[in-house]
Design a protein around this ligand. Sequence first.
Ligand SMILES: C[S@@+](CC[C@H](N)C(=O)[O-])C[C@H]1O[C@@H](n2cnc3c(N)ncnc32)[C@H](O)[C@@H]1O
Length: 339
Amino acid sequence: MNRSDSINERSFSAAQDFILSTKTFWTTEIFPQLEKEKQTEEIEKTTTYKFFAWLERHLQRYKYSGRYGIYNFYNQHREKIVSPSKDQKNLKLDPSLKLPRYYTQIDIHQHPGGLSKDKTAGYVYEHGARSTTPLGVSNHQDLHHRFTNLILASGNPKNILDMACGFGKSTQPFYKKIPEAKIIGIDLSEPCLTLGSTIAKKDQASNVTYMQVNAEETNFKDNQFDLVASTMLLHELPPKGVQNVISEAHRVLKPGGKMAHLDFYLLPDQFRRFIHFGHSIRNNEPYMQSFAKMNITRIMEAQGFSNIIIEPFEEAEGVLDPKYPAWRFPWTVISAEKK
Ligand SMILES: C[S@@+](CC[C@H](N)C(=O)[O-])C[C@H]1O[C@@H](n2cnc3c(N)ncnc32)[C@H](O)[C@@H]1O
């Protein structure tokens, strides 16, 4: 690293605060203005749209890259980053696992190098995820707790598989809320799983194991889990990957077991579709569009699932009000039961 790229914690925090404040401005001021102009023909040529699109692309780029970016900051501190060690008993890595091309070929979310290649990736992703969404709440972890609460409202499962758990942000509410359950979090990313395992150790959680496994083909036994959940996995997969994950969830669930995915799916109108598909391009999420166009109900029915429910998810109080005046992801819960 060039010495002039080095940055102290104070400057890093100030820059990230600035980026987050500008993102909030983009969400709460620019987006509502764009919505007012949505009937404009050729909206793409309007100044508001160009400003909106530029900010969306480049705020995220500045968040991760360049001198003040998260990647540079953690790269400076790479010697402090924990490497996987033998005493991480809740961590099972598989160095021979073949990572799919759709996973390695793109810097997902504009994260330099993506989630798999670099030792810093777990820390960089964890830091980035603090300001991804929703911006209107005091605690960025609320979303995952709300999703877990929704699932647990119909009873506590005993064996849980969290597919694509990342660094465990989606797994943590399960192991904290149901200490008597056995939870397995799987992901492709070694750096994320290593960080997840470190966090679980700090939490003194003895009921969770993190494993490096592809959610498309897990090698778990048939009929093993009461619940298979995922948060923000499906939109990252090509259509065949989505089908494989749903089929794999069905195979590993016990009869009567439940599947629940939190993702971006229901797009209520043309404008929201236009915005979401633009986000897919600007944020390096190539499969967001194909996923939103898939007939997920048909795929789940063909697999043999019943009680299929696809409904908007209220990630923060009041956001489902059609007059909610800010940009948000089209959060959707896709759930079903194995007959
Ligand atoms: C947007 S992150 C969400 C992480 C976590 N569920 C959360 O809510 O914070 C998507 C995750 O999917 C993982 N992933 C992508 N494709 C996968 C696959 N085929 N099998 C397992 N994990 C996968 C990525 O490594 C990443 O950690």
